[in-house]
Design a protein around this ligand. Structure first.
Ligand code: LLP
Length: 463
């Protein structure tokens, strides 16, 4: 890269300020397929397209900011997970990553099940026609009304998270004259290598019942005694955005050990285990996620080995990927509003969205990349921070990245890998209107979640 100062930006080549970046990419116009949805390409004219439609046209039709999801990629990822795990396992997509009626239909058509964790997600799943038996209901504090709705609907399983909930679900099921299939969520004591806020299987946190101290064994004892419950297995989820399979290995081993203890104590072989979700995706070119078939092979092998050692039949396995399915399939499209070079530091690029459409950078220090997508550019790289329009200096979308130094107001830029936990965690902070989600496939684009309007905001404001 040139060592000369650039008029449009700070002199980033001499002394780069502290940040998460490495060197600027060799070609700023290149789109790394690791982080972009599958049908995303740059046309010979330099405009980026998805599903065969140029982003300039998408911006005109749907406005910005907006999330664009590559439907073919979403479906292909569903199939890859389904095929990798085969008929002896179940794949439950974790709806918290992103859920809408269209997504529920895609999942069902591609043979996936669905994990929901609230009454709202359950309602969306049922409204879109997901058969109740293909739904797993999660959560550490399901309300009695939510439990009742789930039992009445006939969900395939409720994942029990506490001693109170064991009694609560049993009571409600008995009252409704049902026997509810349940799993018990255990905490296996694994601290996944991920951000502290999203590691969930170590013991000092709110989810599940600890294996330690015989708590989980006691939970099984109680569940087996209750007429309203049919205990089908044990569940463990160790965290999110994990690349290292070692945590899953320990978790699977400990869950199988519990199955062996249950067999020894009660003479019952529980038929299922669920190893949760949490598989990492590439947010930047530095990330190297595993393919579904590698994950399936690793998990199957661990479980088979541990079961053989314990003299158990191999249980049916289920997994709950959310991010790994939807994350890479979408990007957020923004229009550049202002470009503010800070001499000796970096250039702040303000876009028309921000922490209301992507809270992950502010909340988890998440890393993203960004590209100029409405045109290509041969200008030299400029160190940027992409920020939103909210009244808060922590309103950062991409902390450290490079964009061409000729970037100007009116350019469109896109942040890839925003399919998971962006729209689903979007807020109305500063009365922002949450962006639409547009599905693009084979030359056609359609809104699957519409943009919020000021009327939507005012409708809730009844004072
Ligand atoms: N199963 C259970 C029981 C979970 O709690 C979760 C995520 C998943 C499956 C799906 O995990 P995934 O495959 O998507 O990593 N908001 C955070 C992530 C929170 C994950 C919560 N539970 C983020 O933006 O990184």
């Amino acid at each position: 890269m040139s060592r000369s100062a650039h008029p449009a930006g700070p002199r980033h080549a001499d002394v780069l300020p502290e940040g998460h970046y490495s060197a600027p990419p060799a070609d700023l116009n290149a789109l790394d397929p690791k982080v972009w949805a599958r049908t995303v390409t740059r046309t010979p004219e330099g405009v980026v397209s998805v599903g065969g439609i140029e982003v300039t046209r998408l911006a005109e039709e749907f406005g910005t900011p907006a999330y664009f999801v590559d439907e073919a990629d979403f479906r292909a990822r569903c199939r890859a997970w389904r095929e990798a795990f085969g008929s002896e396992a179940d794949v439950f997509y974790a709806g918290k990553a992103f859920l809408s009626r269209a997504v529920v239909r895609w999942l069902h058509e591609e043979g996936l099940n669905l994990d929901v964790c609230s009454g709202g997600e359950l309602a969306t799943a049922l409204a879109a026609g997901m058969p109740a038996e293909n739904i797993a209901f999660h959560g550490n504090n399901k309300t009695p009304a939510e439990i009742e709705r789930a039992v009445e609907a006939g969900v395939g399983r409720i994942v029990l998270d506490s001693f109170q909930e064991i009694a609560r679900v049993a009571h409600i099921a008995e009252r409704l004259g049902r026997r509810q299939r349940v799993q018990i969520r255990v905490t296996v004591g694994v601290e996944a290598h991920t951000h502290e806020f999203i590691a969930t299987a170590h013991e000092d946190q709110k989810f599940g019942i600890a294996l330690a101290g015989g708590q989980a064994a006691e939970a099984v004892r109680r569940a087996l005694k209750l007429d309203g419950l049919e205990l089908i297995g044990i569940h463990s989820h160790i965290g999110s955005q994990i690349f290292d399979m070692a945590g899953f290995e320990v978790s699977a081993r400990r869950v199988v050990q519990l199955l062996a203890e249950v067999r020894d104590e009660h003479g019952v072989e529980l038929p299922e285990i669920d190893l949760g979700g949490g598989l990492g995706i590439a947010y930047t070119s530095d990330d190297d996620p595993r393919e579904p078939h590698e994950i399936a092979e690793a998990l199957n092998e661990i479980v088979a080995r541990e079961c053989a050692a314990a003299g158990l039949r191999k249980p049916r396995i289920s997994v709950e990927p959310g991010r790994a399915i939807v994350g890479p399939t979408a990007f957020t499209l923004y229009e550049v509003g202002t470009v503010k070079p800070l001499e000796g530091l970096r250039t702040y690029v303000s876009v028309d969205g921000g922490m209301s459409d992507n809270i992950r950078t502010a909340l988890y220090d998440a890393e993203y990349t960004v590209a100029l997508v409405s045109r290509s550019s041969d200008a030299e790289p400029m160190l940027v921070r992409v920020v939103g329009k909210h009244c808060e200096s922590g309103d950062i979308v991409v902390r450290d990245a490079f964009l061409p130094a000729d970037l100007a107001p009116g350019d469109l830029i896109a942040v890839p890998a925003t399919g998971a936990y962006c729209r689903s965690m979007a807020s109305n902070y500063n009365h922002a209107l949450r962006p639409p989600v547009v599905a693009v496939d084979d030359g056609a684009a359609r809104v699957i979640v519409r943009r919020e309007t000021e009327e939507d905001l005012l409708r809730l404001d009844v004072g």
